[in-house]
Ligand binder design. Structure first.
Ligand code: EPZ
Length: 431
């Protein structure tokens, strides 16, 4: 059932909210549980659509899965299939993480090419190169990753770019390869480090995660484990930007402030008050923002996944901001939607020039991907009047209870079924 979000802008966000477990960490860790010879218990798993798709994939493959109150128990011992179906794999980006895992367990796999947000071509050539370097025979006939290997042997993998997905897949292949694998030019994101910590807790020997070179001594016997997923870096950043956008005063708990330094620095540059202590980040603003220039980079640079939410804030900053997207080829489509709300911007190749306006006005807009949806929510929270955002299914893929969390901070937001005024679970605030 298609839903939309209806937001009446203008409310200041105030109060305290806890961030959920990391989507991009969980979707890498959960498939890896199949590499163990006993059950694993994963805590702080976000209850989001992408996780539910992974659960369906695990069950299809024969594993036993229970998921309740953000705790997932996976028993891999009954898994007996290596070919997840297209209907599931095509619905998210991380589904191809099953390929190296199933190759390691069954010495072969047949995994459809992944889906995921439409933000560029998103090839997987570096993943295929990594699997081949370690001895797999890999091809992609008819859009299916077909791989087999009598034996996987460690080696040196040189990534063309610090690809998150390729780094994950090379790690998941390397733990099943005898000898040592070095992944050079590896991605350094928090979720890469979290996967490394998880694999180590299963008995793998993984060194250097979070640096350019990850060394794995593979071929070891892996067992089930208990693990807690790292807080979601991008949800934390989205909540920080939403707090600033509304001139609010919000305390975000359960965070890792060091993961947020690139965004915190940008918000401080804009005149937003950001302070942190232990696992708490506090964001306050007076809605008077300086324009800034932003260039997305791999971690620890400014995250590409926060480019869209921050750009929403820049639409009402004083002056002109330049946003340069260096990671994906087409991640500015949401600006067309923001223009419907009165924003002023131009896109030249992979650079957006955003000229601040006095105010945004509510409109009917459409989310084209996960973080575009988050950008539209932030714009709607600032806008005068009511905004309706269709494509809510994108937002719910990656943000746990997003509308509930914002409502708990004072936002006038509800989810309604397309074509119906009645909210879904929420309530009709006295708009
Ligand atoms: C992951 O996507 C995330 N998804 C994305 O988050 C995130 O934006 C991205 O990393 C960058 O941080 C998950 O973790 C599930 P990449 P991924 O491989 O792995 C090119 C979200 O909103 N490339 O680091 O697909 C590629 O085209 C999502 O949560 C190749 O050319 O990103 C892109 O331009 C959106 N060949 C760039 O590298 C390859 O083999 C970075 O892609 C691999 C990548």
């Amino acid at each position: 059932m298609k839903e939309k979000m209806r937001i009446h802008g203008g409310a200041r966000l105030e109060g305290e909210v806890m961030v959920s477990g990391g989507k991009n960490a969980a979707v890498a860790i959960i498939p890896a549980t199949l590499l163990g010879d006993s059950p694993s218990v994963i805590e702080n798993v976000p209850d989001i659509n992408d996780v539910h798709i992974i659960i369906e994939m695990l069950k299809y493959l024969g594993a036993q899965v229970e998921f309740k109150d953000n705790v997932m128990t996976i028993d891999p011992r009954t898994a007996d299939k290596f070919d997840p179906p297209y209907e599931l794999a095509s619905r998210m980006r991380a589904s191809y993480y099953f390929a190296p895992v199933l190759l390691g367990v069954f010495r072969r796999c047949s995994v459809p090419l992944p889906g995921g947000c439409d933000i560029g071509p998103r090839p997987i050539d570096q993943t295929l190169k990594g699997m081949r370097t370690l001895g797999a025979h890999v091809d992609t006939p008819g859009g299916v990753i077909m791989a087999s290997a009598d034996e996987l042997v460690g080696g040196d993998i040189f990534l063309e770019m610090p690809s998150v997905g390729a780094t994950v897949n090379c790690m998941l292949t390397a733990v099943s390869a005898s000898g040592t694998t070095c992944i050079h030019n590896a991605a350094k994101e928090p979720h890469i480090v979290d996967l490394a910590n998880f694999l180590s807790s299963m008995g793998a020997v993984v060194k250097g995660a979070g640096t350019d070179v990850i060394r794995i001594r593979g071929g070891r016997h892996l067992h089930g484990t208990n693990y807690t997923v790292v807080p979601d870096q991008i949800e934390t950043g989205t909540l920080m930007i939403a707090a600033a956008a509304t001139g609010g005063d919000v305390i975000i708990t359960g965070t890792i402030p060091t993961h947020m330094e690139a965004l915190s620095a940008k918000l401080l540059e804009m005149g937003v008050h950001v302070t942190s202590e232990d696992d708490i980040i506090r964001v306050r603003s007076n809605r008077n923002f300086r324009s800034v220039n932003v260039k997305t980079q791999g971690y620890p640079g400014f995250p590409t996944d926060l480019q869209q939410p921050l750009a929403a804030l820049l639409t009402v900053a004083n002056g002109t901001s330049i946003v340069t997207e260096t990671v994906f080829e087409s991640r500015f489509r949401y600006l067309d939607e923001l223009r419907k709300m009165g924003a002023s911007s131009r896109v030249i190749e992979t650079t957006a020039i955003i000229t601040g306006v006095d105010r945004l006005v509510g409109a009917r807009v459409n989310a084209t991907d996960l973080r575009a949806g988050a950008a539209l929510v932030i714009a709607a929270l600032m806008a005068e009047g009511v905004t309706e955002i269709s494509g809510v299914e994108y937002i719910m893929r990656g943000y746990e209870r997003f509308d509930e969390k914002l409502r708990s901070l004072g936002a006038h937001i509800e989810r309604v079924r397309e074509g119906s005024p009645v909210p879904v679970g929420g309530f009709l605030p006295n708009i």
